[in-house]
Design a protein around this ligand. Structure first.
Ligand code: SF4
Length: 377
């Protein structure tokens, strides 16, 4: 029995070594190889390969951005089963911020913390029309010229396009002219329709995410990519998700970064009606970081820690497992606290300290991942 186990371990080591060689060579990994990494490979070995690739890409540099997340409305007609943030509009705590309220909120942080990126997204609110967004973005750019607007999920873009009877490319052009700079990766979850049905996403919305991102990339608008894991998906679903992102990245190179983040069950339908009570643990978090680094390599060179859902120490660990971007500062974010999980605020100084205490060099970047300045490690 012991000899069989040792032989089995040798076969697995040999398989992982072939994967390592392919990844370092820039060769594409296939679905079976990705599934093998999810189901059988040792976490430490994956981390070591992922770190080797990161070292080649960015050495000891870890970037971060001075970011403000602004959730302008929590009213949403999509009602995903994994979301604790949305309201249908009748509850006492449902809200939609006016333009003045948004500007006031930004001005509380902009100068004080040197914010350079505004991540602005909310629910799919049927009462807001295109003019709300164009006027808002124009005013933000006018009043805060140093801010890059990273705004609107594909769900919001899809709805505004239907409501305003414009094609997605035409809408994106209007939004770009109004000040939208880049698009966040929210809404990707897992692309499989089977999975999306169970988590309360409309059928076809995975393909739609990819199609809107492709439209944006074809026009030169850069975006982020994400994957939400730790709910009802399996390792093949995750492999297919990564492969779909890799295929699109090969066409235009429009994704600036990839963030795998774990589902937070608190106060969601997936918890109350489907009994998913626990978030994925540290092994899954680090495995997803490492595998995404190994799969994407230099093609999609920025892998972001999902510290927001996992805390600062896990953010640091993610760097040793292949991540090379911390993400951003946080001031009064509202989506994660809706699950009952407190994230607090995270200021620039804490990020710099968290990165430099690992012997890495913190690199402050802007919304387009351009270096602003470095800090001593
Ligand atoms: S995840 Fe986004 S689209 Fe889904 S219910 Fe929440 S706010 Fe709406």
């Amino acid at each position: 029995m012991l000899i069989r186990k040792m032989e089995c371990a040798k076969v697995m080591d040999a398989r992982l070594e072939r994967i390592r060689e392919k990844a370092l060579n820039g060769d594409d990994l296939n679905r079976d190889e990705i599934k093998f990494m999810y189901d059988y490979a040792s976490l430490n070995s994956l981390g070591s390969i992922a770190r080797e690739i990161s070292q080649e890409i960015s050495g000891n540099r870890v970037s971060f951005v001075s970011n403000l997340i602004l959730n302008y409305t929590n009213i949403c007609n999509v009602r995903c089963h994994f979301c604790a943030f949305y309201r249908i509009g009748k509850e006492g705590d449902s809200y939609a911020l006016s333009e003045d309220q948004v500007l006031e909120e930004i001005s509380r942080y902009y100068d004080k913390y040197g914010i350079t990126q505004l991540l602005i997204q909310g629910g799919v609110n049927p009462s807001l029309d295109l003019e709300y967004y164009t006027s808002l973005f124009q005013s933000i750019r006018k009043k805060f010229p140093g801010l890059g607007i990273h705004g609107l999920s594909t769900s919001e873009i899809s709805f505004i396009s239907k409501k305003s009877r414009m094609s997605v490319p035409d809408l994106l052009e209007v939004l770009r002219k109004s000040g939208l700079e880049t698009i966040p990766g929210a809404g990707a979850e897992i692309f499989s329709d089977e999975v999306r049905k169970k988590i309360g996403r409309p059928a076809g919305s995975g393909k739609e995410w990819l199609s809107i991102m492709e439209d944006a990339h074809a026009m030169g608008i850069r975006t982020s990519a994400t994957m939400m894991f730790g709910h009802v998906e399996n390792s093949l679903d995750r492999a297919d998700h990564l492969l779909a992102i890799r295929d699109l990245q090969k066409k235009y190179g429009g994704f600036m970064s990839f963030t795998p983040w774990n589902f937070e069950p608190g106060n969601t339908k997936l918890q109350t009606e489907y009994g998913i009570n626990h978030r994925a643990g540290g092994d899954a978090v680090l495995r997803n970081i490492a595998i995404s680094r190994i799969v994407f390599g230099k093609l999609l060179p920025v892998i972001q820690t999902s510290w927001l859902t996992n805390g600062v120490p896990m953010g640091q660990l993610a760097i040793t497992f292949g991540a090379n971007d911390w993400g951003g500062t946080i001031y009064d974010e509202k989506v994660i606290p809706a699950t009952g999980r407190e994230v607090g605020n995270l200021r620039k100084e804490t990020i710099i300290q968290s990165i430099s205490s690992m012997g890495m060099m913190p690199v402050e970047r802007d919304n387009l991942y351009r270096e602003i300045r470095t800090y001593a490690s």
